[in-house]
Ligand binder design. Structure first.
Ligand code: ADP
Ligand code: MG
Length: 702
């Protein structure tokens, strides 16, 4: 690609109206180097200066207000650091004080007695009189009426402000920059989209995002720029997906003998409609001759495992091997134990490989994988090791995708040097649709949005610590009925020692309240050796333990259908998705299940919302949405490495509809014109060329 320089590459110090000193400050403080950088440095909010208030209208609750009036006189008060200049400002409806603590001598030189000014700032009231401390003060000149506007507020550093680069200076610099840039700003969206979604043009949008002509214009500018941002985000993801498909062949799975046999004679329960639909989607992928890269989303307990198993049968039917990778040993064990009876009944060789697999056993496994004697391998990260090689790996399933990175997925691809295996990744809990589209936009997505029939919704309650006796009473009652109970304590890395103390104190307390021999209380945490963990887990699974006190190691995937009560201690310390995950450990059998959220009294508004949400609903998709509203995408698993954080304007918690429109548009355009050669798509090509110089993964498209 040829290097073209444009106006937007102009260094800030060469820009008219800014000056080398300010340019250097902007370099150092905000990492802005070129005209393009500065233009894209959008305000983060606006001050409403669309109307003027009279002094009589002022209220202390106003965050800010502007008043036009006359500066009658001023004087200084106080001594030392308290020395201040107090001006008397009047507009015919009343009088207020304007107060300055700094720059007094300069002010005294420049202020005009009886001059007309617009004063702007936060009104404060003291003994019935209003004042503004350090107001922005603009002289009204007879030839120019003051403008009523929304004024931009930029993220500026303290140093910038001290060196007199404040919002007013920034706005002025922007105006000058925009005037110079105006002829160089070209449209970046095709006319068809602009028309279809009634978007304003690029120039108007960029102008108004910095210097809104009116609130309505600002809204239009924001909508347009958000659309553009999300459109290019989706265009890139979808283009990469198409390229992946193009570049990577996949095995074709046409035979279904084992699968049909299992389906007809061994299926332990009828599949839900959603499970059937998802299996059809997967099967279709495996017939295209292209590698499948599919994300399977489903709520806790929606039955993803059986879908995974049936897909593995499809691979074996066609002479390939399959593997299933889980993030923890407990989960891998459980998958293994759950699938073993099926595999045995069908004469399939199923193996397990984890960190604690003995060297001797490993050698056998490696050998069986290479010769093809082993059909299915279940395991943990141990599967990723280079020494683990297959005769013909046709399918790789990754459970709890969020615990693995993209690099690890790629590593599994390489395990079949001839044709890469089909990849199915499964999420632990649902993620919001907007996040799925951006985070996993390069994957095809299947959703299980239906629970197996007869599942009773878990009843959730919130109890304060002081109701512990009541909660213990309830636990006794459930144990009497033959059920089992989990009690989970938070474990946060930073305060690990304290947390372990909570856990062991809790365990001891539980042993006192539920004494042997009548009751058996077990303990499970991450620091135990694998043997003890396994021992405790097995005792609980067999029903020999009534109460299992544990940390979040039991979070992922653990399946003990007879456990019907989940007590979460210090529930205020868990995030929503984690609470939902934990709750999902119960409600797996036919009995009514319960979740008790224990907390102290001091709860923040966010915590209350989390607890209320848990009590209100069992729907993981709904919970994921609330989680996104509360935390924003930045804190959710996996978003940091995704480039999602490059979004300057769009907010995934709020802009779902814009995202959907942008994605559909990108999809249609790439389907009809994958090379983007149609004249009407020239704006897209040009824009990609322009940003391709700075963002490497675009280069593959052009
Ligand atoms: P998750 O999606 O959380 O991984 P699992 O696959 O562990 O859920 O399934 C949860 C439980 O539901 C398991 O005990 C499983 O056997 C059972 N199950 C799955 N599908 C169905 C179904 N269609 N009907 C009845 N029970 C089912
Ligand atoms: Mg699972």
């Amino acid at each position: 690609m040829t290097e073209r320089t444009t106006f937007f590459d102009t260094r800030l110090d060469y820009l008219k109206g800014l000056g080398p000193q300010r340019a250097e400050l902007l370099n150092k403080e905000l990492h802005l180097f070129t005209a393009g950088d500065l233009i894209q440095y959008y305000p983060f909010r606006y001050e409403d200066r669309t109307r003027f208030y009279t002094i009589a209208e002022l209220m202390e609750s106003m965050p800010s207000a502007q008043v036009r009036g006359r500066l009658r006189d001023w004087h200084t008060e106080g001594e030392g650091p308290k020395k201040r200049l107090v001006g008397s400002f009047t507009d015919g409806t009343g009088t207020m004080d304007l107060v300055w603590f700094q720059g007094l001598s300069w002010l005294e030189k420049t202020l005009r007695r009886d001059g007309e000014y617009v004063a702007f700032g936060k009104p404060q009231e003291f003994q019935g009189k209003f004042s503004i401390v350090h107001p922005e003060l603009d002289a009204i000149r007879p030839e120019a009426e003051p403008e009523a506007t929304l004024s931009p507020v930029y993220n500026l550093t303290e140093k910038l402000r001290r060196r007199f680069v404040d919002n007013k200076v920034m706005a002025k610099a922007m105006r000058s920059l925009l005037e110079q840039a105006w002829p160089h700003i070209s449209e970046t969206l095709p006319a068809s989209l602009i028309e279809k979604f009634r978007l304003v043009g690029k120039r108007e949008a960029v102008w108004n995002i910095h210097l809104p002509q009116s609130p309505a214009w600002l809204r239009q500018a924001e909508r347009r720029l958000k659309f553009e941002e999300l459109f290019y985000n989706q265009l890139r993801l979808i283009a990469n997906k198409l390229i992946q498909k193009e570049e990577h062949p996949g095995q074709v799975f046409t035979k279904t003998a084992l699968l049909a046999h299992f389906y007809k004679t061994m299926l332990p329960f009828p599949l839900t409609g959603a499970q059937q639909r998802v299996l059809r989607e997967i099967h279709k992928d495996c017939l295209t001759g292209r590698q499948m890269n599919r994300l399977l989303q489903g709520d806790v307990g929606s039955g993803k495992t059986i879908v995974a198993f049936i897909t593995m049968l499809l691979a074996i039917d066609n002479g390939a091997q399959a593997c299933l990778m889980a993030p923890t040993e407990i989960l891998a064990d459980q998958h293994y134990n759950g699938l073993k009876p099926f595999a045995d009944a069908m004469g399939l060789n199923l193996g397990i490989l984890t960190g604690s697999t003995k060297t001797k056993r490993r050698r056998v496994l490696h050998d069986e994988l290479l010769t093809g004697r082993m059909h299915i391998l279940v395991g943990t990260h141990a599967l990723l090791e280079d020494i683990v090689q297959f005769r013909n790996l046709g399918l790789c399933i990754i459970d709890e995708q969020h615990r693995f990175g993209v690099a690890q997925r790629a590593k599994m691809w390489a395990k079949n040097p001839v044709v890469p295996p089909h990849i199915l990744v499964m999420t632990a809990t649902p993620i919001p649709r907007t996040l799925a589209m951006t985070l996993y936009g390069n994957l095809d997505i299947s959703i299980i949005d239906e629970m197996p029939a007869g599942r009773k919704p878990i009843k959730t309650v919130h109890k304060y610590d002081k109701h512990r006796a009541e909660v213990f009473g309830f636990m006794r009652q459930q144990i009497e009925l033959g059920r089992q109970v989990y009690v989970v304590y938070p474990l946060i890395e930073e305060s690990e020692t304290l947390d372990y103390k909570d856990l062991t104190d809790g365990f001891e307390g539980m042993q006192r309240a539920f004494p042997q021999p009548q009751y058996q209380v077990g303990i499970l945490h991450g620091k135990m050796d694998p043997y003890s963990k396994d021992y405790e887990m097995t005792r609980f699974a067999k029903g020999e333990v009534n109460i299992l006190v544990a940390t979040t190691v039991i979070e992922v995937g653990v399946n003990v259908p007879n456990a019907s009560v989940m007590v979460i201690e210090s529930a205020e310390r868990f995030g929503l998705s984690q609470l939902h995950q934990l709750r999902g450990r119960v409600g797996r059998g036919s009995d009514q299940s319960y979740c008790v959220l224990m907390t102290g009294y001091k709860l923040s508004a966010d915590t209350k919302l989390r607890l209320e949400t848990m009590v209100r609903t069992n729907n993981g998709f709904e919970i994921a949405d609330v989680d996104l509203q509360l935390r924003g995408p930045g804190d959710l698993a996996g978003t940091q490495q995704s480039g999602l954080m490059d979004l300057r304007l769009a907010d995934l918690a709020k802009d779902g509809p814009v995202l959907t429109a942008a994605r559909e548009s990108a999809q249609i355009i790439l389907e009809t014109d994958p090379q983007l050669i149609l004249p009407e798509h020239a704006p897209i090509r040009n824009h990609i060329d322009a940003i391709g110089r700075t963002q490497s993964d675009w280069s593959r498209i052009s």
